[in-house]
Write a protein of this length. Sequence first.
Length: 248
Amino acid sequence: MSGPFRFSASITPPGAAMSGPEAEERVVAAVVEAILGHRIPPGTRLVERELGKASGASRSAIRNGLLRLAQAGLVELSPNKGASIAQCSPEEARHVFEARIAIETSTARTLAERMTASDRARLEAFIEEERHAYEAGRMEDARHLSRRFHLLLAELAGNPVLTGFVRDLINRQPLLSWGSRDHKPRFCGNEAHRAIVAALAAGDGEKAARLNAEHLRELESELGAERGNTLPAGEEAASGAGAPAGNQ
Ligand SMILES: [Zn+2]
């Protein structure tokens, strides 16, 4: 659990290590992608040398990237132990979902008011792409699209500050499911997203916000049940039985 993590891909170019915002972004992207791909459990120590190899970034860029990750709640910095992937308690998980519902309720209402024909076409095309990914069993694509859907709604609502909050909260999502029994990523599914888009297309921001909140609460309760916080360690805790928003 606490051993150093080795990033699988090295993109270090020959020559000097990179610095500046682009290099920091590479550090952030390497860690976020490893977390989103469930390749890196909470508590894992992040070694500067490995981050350097994976990102090609200089030491100062790595440190700035780690600071940004810490601000987003993805990494914990300790004077003694250095950087490690953040742990997420059940209470923090609840706070993350509450925050997502609050922000995404706001962005859904705004988007319904200002949605253009082109936004609508883009969302409907997105839903079809997502459906194809599930139907073809391309679960890695489905995972990306699950995350992308909620970000896209925030982006189209037009407030970059709120979009940044949504991005940070979604990036923390994989940390929440590490308490679950199988450590597998959870997927939103296509149907909930389709219903949200239909409400937005009808200009009904209240309905879209309500459907989105219900969708997030279902994901939260699925994760909560699978963490086994309230269930005894028996077959009644087995995942899948009556799970409301499971993988498709
Ligand atoms: Zn979703």
